[in-house]
Write a protein that binds this ligand. Structure first.
Ligand SMILES: Cc1cc2nc3c(=O)[nH]c(=O)nc-3n(C[C@H](O)[C@H](O)[C@H](O)COP(=O)(O)OP(=O)(O)OC[C@H]3O[C@@H](n4cnc5c(N)ncnc54)[C@H](O)[C@@H]3O)c2cc1C
Length: 312
């Protein structure tokens, strides 16, 4: 276990933004996590925030006034066609392992940064695959008790970029996947083709937190709002947030060192010494414009840390 005080969060987020956390504790085993939680005061305390790869976070320039636990509990075990995986394993290590072992179901998640824990929390996905597709159960730890439990797939309540973990705040410790045997060469080919497509949107070294806003599920929108959206913008039942942001002029706009990509209106990039304030102001500006034009309140996919919700 490694404890550091006044730790600059900009150094562990893919966006390269974020002031200091009062304390950052890096853990590599479940025992270390149990130790930390058992030492928490019994009343009047703020639970520590658990993070993985910091690839889906916008952290305030003021940082985080509390303890952050960085999860590096790694490890993958194969049982037949099942993989049992610790949540601090990087998603890329899991994808690579599944390909090498000739197990299909995760190969299109190649290139998504971060850990398995973060991917389950936000039900990460790309190119028609999501992390929940072949998941059978999740082992969790309740930070308040601190007791472990096995959660079924139903209890995870996975939806598009959503899971029950966003509400219940259980710590994800481990997950089990049931995959299908396949030719490793074919799986690698699919992964390579996927990665090639990804590099167009996310060139190497880009400082960003992935797409900022969630796309919209057409079926969830009231008819009155859906009528305002040109039909060609609806793809596979979803309306890309980027399409609406583009309509209100977001592409290429900037504030300070934060720029909205000129090729993708839902991609906010830190060009150098970007600040959370500039990112937030720019996101809010276009959130408001989309709301004014379409009556839709876009929802951030990225987790805002120590920042107010956009609708406040
Ligand atoms: C270049 C780039 C491309 C991306 N492409 C995609 C994409 O194609 N598809 C996609 O879905 N996402 C994408 N993302 C977003 C991001 O990579 C994913 O959301 C990723 O799964 C986040 O994992 P993480 O470990 O970095 O989570 P973090 O950013 O560290 O945390 C995100 C949230 O998960 C919670 N969390 C993390 N670990 C745990 C745990 N063990 N238990 C409970 N809660 C936990 C945190 O508290 C936080 O609220 C991209 C990001 C970047 C930078």
């Amino acid at each position: 276990m490694n404890k550091q005080s006044n730790f600059p969060l900009s150094s562990i987020t893919t966006l390269g933004i974020g002031g200091p956390a009062s304390q950052l504790i890096t853990i590599t085993s479940e025992n270390e996590l149990q130790d930390i939680l058992s030492q928490l005061p019994t009343t009047n305390y703020q639970l520590p925030l658990i993070i993985g790869g910091g690839s889906n976070l916008l952290v305030s320039d003021d940082g985080y006034p509390g303890t952050i636990i960085k999860n590096e509990i790694k490890g993958i075990q194969r049982n037949g066609n099942n993989l049992v995986v610790n949540s601090g394993t990087t998603l890329q290590d899991l994808v690579d392992f599944s390909i090498k072992e000739g197990l299909s179901g995760l190969q299109k998640l190649t290139g998504i940064p971060g850990t398995l824990g973060g991917a389950i929390y936000g039900n990460a996905g790309a190119y028609g695959q999501t992390i929940s597709d072949h998941l059978t159960k999740v082992k969790t730890l309740n930070p308040k008790t601190p007791q472990t439990n096995e959660i079924s797939l139903e209890e995870c309540k996975f939806k598009y970029r959503d899971s029950s973990f966003k509400q219940n705040k259980l710590i994800i410790l481990e997950a089990t996947f049931e995959l299908t045997p396949a030719d490793p060469g074919q799986l690698q080919k699919e992964a390579d083709e996927t990665l090639e497509k990804r590099l167009v949107k996310y060139p190497k070294g880009i400082k960003c937190p992935g797409s900022f806003f969630k796309n919209l599920v057409a079926d969830n929108l009231p008819k009155k709002i859906l009528e305002k959206i040109p039909e060609e913008k609806i793809m596979y039942g979803k309306i890309p947030a980027g399409a609406l942001l583009e309509e209100v002029g977001a592409k290429g706009d900037s504030q300070g060192d934060i720029e909205i990509a000129n090729y993708h209106a839902n991609l906010f990039i830190n060009k150098g010494e970007g600040k959370a304030k500039d990112f937030y102001d720019l996101a809010k500006k276009y959130w408001q414009k989309v709301r004014d034009k379409y009556g839709i309140s876009l929802e951030p996919e990225v987790q805002l840390i120590n920042l107010p919700p956009l609708d406040q």
